[in-house]
Write a protein that binds this ligand. Structure first.
Ligand code: ZN
Length: 326
């Protein structure tokens, strides 16, 4: 057995010791189930079911009063803004301790992959929820596109004030050694930090053709072959007549600013800030969102005439930008 194999065996024995462990005392959720949180959640999710928000209508439903949307289950367990730094939560949860073991061995990446949930009864205002999270399983080592790692499944069980279980969820994450982690600096590169580049759209069957055309300096618009309605961004079906037949027509690139905003915050890597973003009315009759360039920020106005130019943002990757026309 090689040294590397022995190290891996030791590491896996260490992480497997966490399987079956929980945090001991169940966590008592900070707020009882309550109408304001239900109302805010429904507003954020666009859920207009009156059984959740209208006491008068709710009393005539099978529930006899307001209930919480079942999918809110996990929100009662949310620990607030301090969750942005899980390491600072005290006392450290078992899950956090496990992640620390992973981090120290170089498995610093984490990505959530899936969750399963079951709701055993509706929750009502006044219910006091407690929850208990257990490390349910840790997979064998897996090679993934993100890097080599392990899938960790946790199971959280939610109970009410009577100790009765009201629901549960499992959550699977991949803890991995980032495959593209920056190599140690060499003499040539030390002291220089590569600037982050823009996040690119995921490309698939429904939109790759559009991005390919941009690289050829062509701005295409999707046109329904059955009702001639134009659409953007690219999508498989016409919103007007539900036809899936379409063609790409080339736009002149000329348009006017229909609306715009200037982003100051949050600072997203790969963009210059302040960052002017325009909603451009193309002269063919559809709209596109793109950055506005080539003029002072205070010159930008609704109705301003603009024209599309294609420019490299990094590694010969082109994007359309709209420049002010005289
Ligand atoms: Zn159509």
């Amino acid at each position: 057995m090689s040294q590397a194999d022995r190290e891996r065996e030791g590491f896996e024995a260490k992480i497997q010791e966490f399987v079956g462990r929980n945090d001991g005392e169940p966590y008592v959720c900070p707020d009882t189930v309550n109408e304001p949180m239900i109302r805010h959640w429904c507003e954020a999710m666009g859920d207009e079911n009156p059984a959740y928000t209208d006491p008068n209508l709710a009393k005539d439903t099978v529930h006899g009063g307001i209930v919480a949307p079942p999918t809110m289950l996990q929100s009662w367990d949310m620990r607030g803004f301090k969750m942005y730094d899980a390491a600072s939560l005290l006392p450290p949860t078992t899950q956090r301790q496990l992640h620390k073991v992973f981090d120290e061995a170089g498995y610093t990446g984490v990505v959530a992959t899936d969750t399963e949930q079951e709701y055993l009864r509706y929750l009502r205002p006044g219910d006091q929820i407690t929850c208990q999270t257990t490390i349910e399983s840790i997979s064998e080592q897996k090679a993934t596109a993100l890097g080599t790692g392990y899938f960790v499944v946790t199971r959280t069980e939610f109970s009410d004030q009577n100790g009765d279980e009201v629901g549960w969820l499992t959550f699977r994450v991949l803890k991995f050694k980032p495959a593209n982690a920056a190599a140690a600096p060499t003499e040539e590169t030390s002291g220089e930090t590569a600037l982050p580049t823009r996040i690119r759209s995921p490309l698939g069957h429904d939109n790759k053709w559009w991005w390919d055309a941009i690289q050829q300096e062509k701005l295409l618009i999707q046109k329904c072959s059955d009702c001639d309605v134009l659409r953007h961004p690219p999508r498989p079906m016409c919103g007007q007549c539900q036809s899936t037949n379409w063609q790409g027509i080339e736009a002149s690139g000329k348009g006017i600013v229909y609306s715009y905003t200037i982003l100051h915050h949050p600072i997203i890597p790969g963009y210059d800030f302040p960052c002017p973003v325009g909603l451009i009315d193309l002269e063919e009759g559809t709209r596109i969102v793109a950055n506005i360039r080539g003029c002072e920020l205070d010159e930008i106005h609704i109705g301003m005439k603009v024209e599309c130019m294609f420019e490299d943002v990094d590694d010969d990757f082109k994007l359309p930008f709209f420049y002010k026309l005289p």
